[in-house]
Design a protein around this ligand. Sequence first.
Ligand code: C2E
Ligand code: MG
Ligand code: MG
Length: 384
Amino acid sequence: MTWPCGHPIGDLLLQQVAALLSTCVREEDTVARLGGDEFVVLLEQLADTAFATDVARKILQALTQTHELEGHSLVVGGSIGISTYPADGENATTLLRNADTAMYRSKDDGRNTFRYYSAELTRSARERLTLEAELRRAIERQELVLHFQPQVDVASRRIIGAEALVRWDHPHSGLISPLRFIHLAEETGLILPLGEWVLHSACEQFQTWQAQGLPPFTLAVNLSPRQFQQRDLVRQVRAILDACAMPPHLLELEITEGAIMGRGENARDILIALKSLGLKLAIDDFGTGYSSLAYLRRFPINVLKIDQSFMHDIPHDTGAMEIAATIVAMARNLHMDVLAEGVESEEQLAFLQMHGCDYAQGYLLSRPLAAEAFAELLRRGDAL
Ligand code: C2E
Ligand code: MG
Ligand code: MG
């Protein structure tokens, strides 16, 4: 509950809320204040847990009405967490702790609501912790692998580059998609060592290929929003370029709109510093965020990567076609190259060619491949 604390009116309101809670429960139930703005309601001898739902609803309804206090009109709200005996705990301490967890869940879900503590909740929290601990070890145990997805020139269909995409080769679960762990890595900060590993491994692999005499191509590597905020990012990238003797002009860093827009000059400074290393910059998943054209024009971006959601709807959805064509035209005017992601059909590729899109990437041309398979494809040098 929230109200103007540190004010005598706060005390009055607490009393009023306490009285109000008492009217929402039965004679034999208990209402207590734990401290601060936290109350506990103990409902005994429940025939059915649904009764707790009824009481929770009643309490929220009562709380969210306007309270008149000494000429002030106050609106309070509440978040309720419910634990039940014996499913959620055999003793008072466990029951209270679990009710507390459920209350935080209901706060997260938007206040003025209630949540039950359930085994489900504990399980998902535990799974997350396990995943996090395992992911932490995955880097040390070298369980991460890179796959490479070819990027082709739309007109000739020849490979001009590749995007490095990370996978987790889990000892029990097999190859795990980045969609399952990048978000968690981002939240926990693990993305920093992970991202550094990706960049280093990709450049190292590139160097090996060059030593084997494979033709040069542009190597694209994803940079997460958190990496982008990292203080010593520029120094880190430079150190990796040096360590792997990576030609800077063949490295392209992909950054999403969200990571740079809204950060104003700061983002521009970082982009300029990265660019001064001699590498290329691409905006990934373009069209899904909110890019300000004014910023875009002032940022040193080389490539716009049209988000795959637009390709998905081509040629069925005229809206998607208009957007894709507009992005291509815009990139032209801003002197940027443009690459379409998620190209799965010949119609889509023909559409892109008609509108003058430079490059394409997608299952039609090739799925992401293990390093050896990609090298084989590159060695053959065929059009895809
Ligand atoms: P992204 O950077 O936009 O990468 C493109 C994703 O689209 C890849 O998914 C790729 O396999 C998939 N894709 C390519 N062609 C097609 C197609 O024709 N149809 C469809 N439906 N999908 C296609 P993936 O490898 O699962 O990666 C998903 C996302 O995970 C990436 O999206 C990127 O945001 C993130 N990610 C992957 N590797 C890294 C990494 O090393 N670092 C960071 N920060 N993020 C990464
Ligand atoms: Mg990408
Ligand atoms: Mg993308």
